[in-house]
Design a protein around this ligand. Structure first.
Ligand code: ZN
Length: 279
């Protein structure tokens, strides 16, 4: 008799978990709406209405339509760090369906000193190499491979200290430089770096500025990169699973100490990696 009850209980528990699984939050509800420069708008479409995808339009910005079970669920709109408008308009055909306020963000300034002059103004002999590496990076970050129902939730790729956040306005030897479009995590040389999400290695090289670098395509326009590694542990075209050890912390390329420089791109636009981290 007791065994019978136990069976009943097990059946009840498993049917409840499968019920909660089928109701689990959608892939398209992540990342959360973060409407600021360097963030990403996640606009939920009204499911009561039928939207023809080709008639959806976002003024001034790139966007992608997130679908579940074949039907459009939300618009994902990455906002460049340099975006200066205070709202973003979404249209269906010629009808305005939403106008989203863009919040302002105060990104701090950072001043660093680099004594190796080659990294401040690279010698002419290096310019060709830098140009080629730049164009390889551009191609990698713009990769778009359609993948059905994939999560965008990432685990942190390295345990360490966040030494420079995304968006910082940088000055090298008092000269204004490009904004910091990644997140720096400082850790001891040789510490393992993990793939934060499933994907495929689409670029692996040794670059002048980035040092040993890996780019991973996670599908649907989401790409991430890992710079300054002491060692790469994956090869080009290798499929990686979240949690795989892809490389080791190092100080190759232009650095002031061992750390990981982590970038996350969506539709080719560098976005604050923090918004993709689970919890
Ligand atoms: Zn960095």
């Amino acid at each position: 008799m007791r065994i019978k009850y136990l069976y009943l209980l097990i059946i009840l528990i498993t049917s409840c978990t499968s019920l909660s699984k089928s109701k689990s939050p959608s892939y398209c509800s992540f990342p959360e709406n973060s409407p600021y420069p360097g963030g990403l708008i996640n606009y939920s479409l009204n499911t009561e209405r039928k939207y023809l995808e080709k008639n959806l339009r976002v003024k001034d910005l790139e966007f992608s339509i997130c679908k579940e079970l074949g039907s459009p669920k939300s618009l994902l709109i990455p906002i460049p760090l340099t975006f200066e408008e205070d709202r973003v308009s979404i249209f269906f055909s010629d009808q305005l369906i939403s106008s989203i306020d863009i919040e302002s963000r105060d990104y701090r300034e950072s001043r660093i000193t680099i004594s190796n002059q080659d990294f401040v103004s690279p010698p002419n002999a290096m310019l060709e190499r830098i140009k080629e590496e730049y164009s390889q990076s551009i191609s990698a970050k713009n990769v778009f491979n359609l993948k059905k129902n994939t999560s965008k939730e990432m685990i942190i790729p390295l345990e360490g200290i966040m030494s420079s956040e995304y968006g910082v306005k940088r000055f090298i030897n008092e000269q204004p430089r490009n904004r910091h479009i990644g997140l720096d995590i400082a850790a001891a040389e040789g510490r393992p770096i993990f793939a934060p999400l499933n994907g495929k290695v689409i670029l692996a090289g040794n670059f002048f500025y980035k040092g040993n670098v890996i780019f991973i395509d996670h599908g649907n326009g989401l790409v991430s990169s890992y710079s300054h590694l002491s060692k790469k542990l994956v090869d080009l075209n290798q499929i990686v699973t979240a949690g795989d050890n892809i490389g080791l912390v190092g100080s190759t390329g232009r650095v002031t100490g061992p750390h990981l420089h982590w970038e996350v791109y969506f539709l080719g636009i560098p976005i604050n990696p923090e918004i993709f981290i689970k919890n």
